[in-house]
Design a protein. Structure first.
Length: 404
């Protein structure tokens, strides 16, 4: 948030208002004319015509008068907010207001909105508040680790849980807020493996995603004794429901602003929301088994993801249930490395008894046997990623919102 810091205590607040409405212009001039601390410029026109040539320059706040009934104006506002990014903040003034518009404005990361006729004191308050920039709590975004299967039953859930536990324990107890999100709505097993009650009620959120706020999120979280939080819905094996991509994105946006780390367990099927989730992730891991078809699938998936999401999202492949078979037929480490090239991340040993006992007892691997070989390897694979990611993205994490 480097660009924000210069503006934390602005000596003079510069407000640019984009409006064609004489009454609003007059009201703003009267309001701000009285204050020596606020400098107002008016750009006469509407966002549709002015958007492309509009420059916020050194403004501390941009006010946009929006005809929310005109979809072209909404699209122009989206372009403007995309271009401006996080600074300066945008306040929208509209004639009317409804939940759908509210949701659209939240998704565009509009800082505040006012409904006409605006009261001078409300404008001043809104400008003063947003010109301070978001609070630390608002800007915090989690680092997101997403696990995808190259085939069925390869161990995505096992490795996602282990990753979440590793991240949770990578700092002082209680100091590293970590949330595991089970997006395998049809066959999810995270809750079962951790012996927790899944509490995410999709039927309540899906019709009205705008209702999902921090309070509702709290209600829908399950908490493990280790301190790990889990978002998982009760399984519906016989139902192939398709959810609104906006619902999934909103859920993850909300989760990522309240945790340090988010680990996502993805299903095999590619849904309408999959691209959004992958683009919003900081690290993508494909889990494969140690077979020729498994590696082939993993490679295909790597290619498909790079093609769909561009070169910035390079997934890495973890080969699970790895066994060194020096004198037996079958794949060896060198074959795996050759097949996957730069996409190879590492291997996780096959330890059937350990994993089986953890799953059956509903406890993490380390509780079965502390310092076991699966946890040790996962730690090596996950924690260096964290260090690299922190170096590569010093200005904060990618926001899921940008995935759209
Ligand atoms: N490293 C491992 N060693 C031995 N068995 C494993 C390992 N990882 C996963 N498994 C086993 O593989 C099966 C599938 O694991 P799971 O995590 O549910 O996979 P997925 O989520 O990909 O379907 C489970 O029975 C689990 O015990
Ligand atoms: Mg699974």
């Amino acid at each position: 948030m480097l660009d924000r810091q210069d503006n934390v205590v602005p000596s003079k607040v510069r407000v640019i208002a984009l409006t064609a409405d004489e009454a609003l212009e007059q009201s703003l001039r009267t309001t701000f004319g009285a204050s020596g601390k606020i400098e107002l410029s008016i750009v006469k026109g509407n966002v549709l015509n002015e958007e492309s040539g509009f420059s916020p320059a050194d403004a501390s706040v941009v006010i946009v008068d929006l005809d929310a009934g005109n979809p072209d104006e909404l699209a122009a506002l989206q372009r403007l907010t995309n271009r401006i990014g996080r600074w300066p903040p945008v306040i929208v003034v509209t004639e009317g207001f409804n939940a759908e518009l509210g949701r659209g404005l939240v998704q565009m990361r509009v800082a505040d909105f006012l409904v006409k006729p605006v009261d001078g004191i409300d404008v001043v308050r809104a400008c003063a508040r947003v010109a301070q920039g978001p609070t630390d709590d608002e800007v915090r975004e989690a680092e997101i680790f997403t696990f995808l299967p190259a085939a069925g039953g390869v161990g995505v859930t096992t490795l996602a849980i282990q990753t979440a536990m590793t991240l949770l324990n990578s700092g002082p107890r209680g100091g590293v807020k970590t949330c595991l999100v089970d997006l395998d709505f049809q066959h999810g097993a995270c809750a079962d493996y951790l012996d927790l009650e899944p509490r995410l009620d999709l039927s309540e959120i899906d019709p009205r995603p705008e209702r999902l706020d921090r309070q509702l999120l709290e209600v829908m979280l399950s908490r493990h004794a280790s301190g790990l939080s889990l978002i998982a819905a009760p399984n519906r094996p016989a139902e192939m429901r398709s959810f609104d991509p906006g619902m999934v994105t909103r859920l993850l946006d909300l989760v990522s602003s309240h945790f340090d780390y988010v680990v996502i367990d993805m299903p095999r099927t590619w849904f309408s929301w999959t691209d959004n989730v992958l683009t919003g992730s900081n690290k993508l891991f494909i889990v494969s088994e140690m077979t020729v078809p498994g590696l082939r699938h993993a490679k295909k998936l790597m290619g498909a993801i790079s093609e769909r999401l561009g070169p910035d999202q390079q997934p890495l492949v973890i080969v699970n249930r790895f066994e060194q078979r020096l004198f037996a037929p079958g794949l060896r480490l060198a074959d795996i490395k050759q097949a996957l090239g730069a996409g190879f991340c590492g291997t996780v040993p096959n330890n059937y008894r350990l994993v089986r006992e953890a799953i059956d007892r509903g406890i993490p691997l380390d509780e079965v046997k502390s310092g076991n070989n699966v946890s040790a390897e996962m730690k090596k694979l996950v924690l260096p990623q964290r260090a690299k990611a922190a170096k590569a993205e010093p200005e904060g994490k990618r926001l899921l919102f940008w995935a759209k």
